[in-house]
Design a protein around this ligand. Structure first.
Ligand code: AMP
Length: 398
């Protein structure tokens, strides 16, 4: 799959004006960045390009201004923060459609960096308007896509622009594509997936795709309750979606047809209250009392999950095994995540995780750095797991 792309790392960018699409859509509170992971992840790629003599024009979106100029969604604080990290000025281009913008880009020296103001201040960005894409393209010589997390959207700066200039895959996106390829396209077998989270309804397409691609699928979280319900077990007050029992049965049949072993919890931590340190007991699913809900998978299920992971050469993870935000219902998530981390550190398993609350869950387990790859992309990662073609990736294929 990777041979379908041209990578920025293989290009001579010296003296070229490179439009670099990044994802600086970071959480801001009163103009202060509260989590800079997305910026620090992409920083080495920015530095490498600047050191190679590229003249960089950074393109990003922030929030949902819907074509309006909204002061709170300005990228200025992010430009200032980046300048600090890089130790060099990062001036803003205030109006990318203006003549001054063109002049600013043409006046860049090798290694200099400017940042365009929030692209979603212009309606043409989200509309993937061809004239807007052309207007962006006129600013530079080449386009480098380095925002995997925005690649599931066909917007002017992720898709449209690629039709107007030579386009390459940036370093961070290359790492993401490599990890996803290792996990799903050409993985070492056996491949075991862990899928948890709140609801089946948000994971249907992921499950349908993964049963076809993996050797075993460990189910956890509230989602697993619907599979148990589908098997005729009364899950009492547990989160579950009875209208999806039939769908769950189809997924079980599809897994069977595809030779994918479904590992469904046999026990859990039951409580009458969704709260930290609530009174709870570890019981088999069938023993739930009225008013009790399963908030985590139980010790037997953890052991089954870990046994499956120990036999895996590749592990793919999306979604927590339980209500990990409230102890002790983080127990299974932590135990299983640690097992994956240990296997990875021992060089026995390639592990790729991402989507939704997965990053937060692995942080709670303290193993976020011990997986082979942790994706920061939410929607784009999930759509990849669903087997969808992402427009911002398809546009970069040869
Ligand atoms: P998702 O965004 O689909 O990955 O779901 C993550 C959310 O699912 C987290 O907020 C968890 O607290 C919640 N969750 C996981 N397991 C359960 C459970 N057994 N009962 C209720 N909520 C759960």
């Amino acid at each position: 799959m990777l041979d379908k792309f041209h990578f920025a790392a293989d290009q001579d960018v010296s003296g070229k004006i490179c439009l670099l699409r990044v994802d600086f859509n970071v959480p801001l509170q009163d103009g202060v960045i509260t989590d800079d992971t997305r910026i620090t992840r992409i920083l080495p790629g920015i530095k490498r390009l600047a050191d190679s003599g590229a003249r960089l024009v950074l393109l990003s979106h922030l929030g949902r201004p819907k074509g309006q100029r909204i002061a709170d969604l300005s990228l200025k604080p992010i430009g200032a923060y980046l300048a600090q990290l890089l130790g060099q000025d990062v001036p803003m281009i205030d109006d990318i459609l203006s003549d001054e913008a063109k002049i600013q880009c043409q006046n860049l020296a090798d290694g200099e960096i400017v940042m365009a103001e929030n692209l979603r201040f212009w309606a043409g960005e989200e509309a993937n308007d061809n004239d807007f894409a052309k207007a962006l393209a006129r600013l530079g010589d080449v386009f480098i896509a380095d925002a995997f997390s925005a690649a599931h959207r066909a917007h002017a700066s992720t898709e449209g622009i690629t039709h107007h200039m030579p386009s390459f895959v940036g370093d961070a996106m290359a790492a993401e594509l490599r990890a996803l390829s290792d996990a799903l396209v050409a993985p070492q077998r056996p491949v075991v997936a862990v899928v948890g989270g709140a609801k089946v309804s948000t994971k249907l397409s992921v499950l349908e795709n993964l049963v076809k691609k993996t050797d075993a699928l460990i189910l956890g979280g509230g989602m697993a309750n619907s599979f148990l319900g589908a098997q005729g077990i009364d899950m009492k007050a547990s989160l579950s979606e009875p209208d999806l029992f039939e769908t769950a049965r189809h997924i079980m049949a599809a897994a069977n047809d595809a030779g994918c072993e479904l590992i469904i919890p046999t026990d859990g931590l039951a409580s009458k209250e969704f709260a930290a340190n609530a009174a709870h007991r570890a019981i088999a699913n069938e023993l739930l009392d009225e008013g009790e809900m399963m908030l985590d998978v139980g010790p037997d299920s953890i052991a089954n999950a870990i046994a499956a992971i120990k036999g895996a050469k590749t592990v793919l993870w999306n979604g927590p095994m339980g209500a990990f935000e409230i102890a002790p219902f983080d127990t299974a998530t932590v135990a299983v995540a640690k097992a994956v981390a240990d296997q990875t550190k021992a060089g026995l398993t390639t592990s790729v995780a991402g989507g939704g609350d997965t990053v937060a869950a692995l942080n709670v387990a303290g193993v976020a750095d011990d997986f082979s790859y942790l994706s920061l992309a939410g929607g784009a990662f999930l759509e990849w797991l669903e087997g969808k073609t992402l427009p911002g990736i398809a546009a970069l294929m040869k």
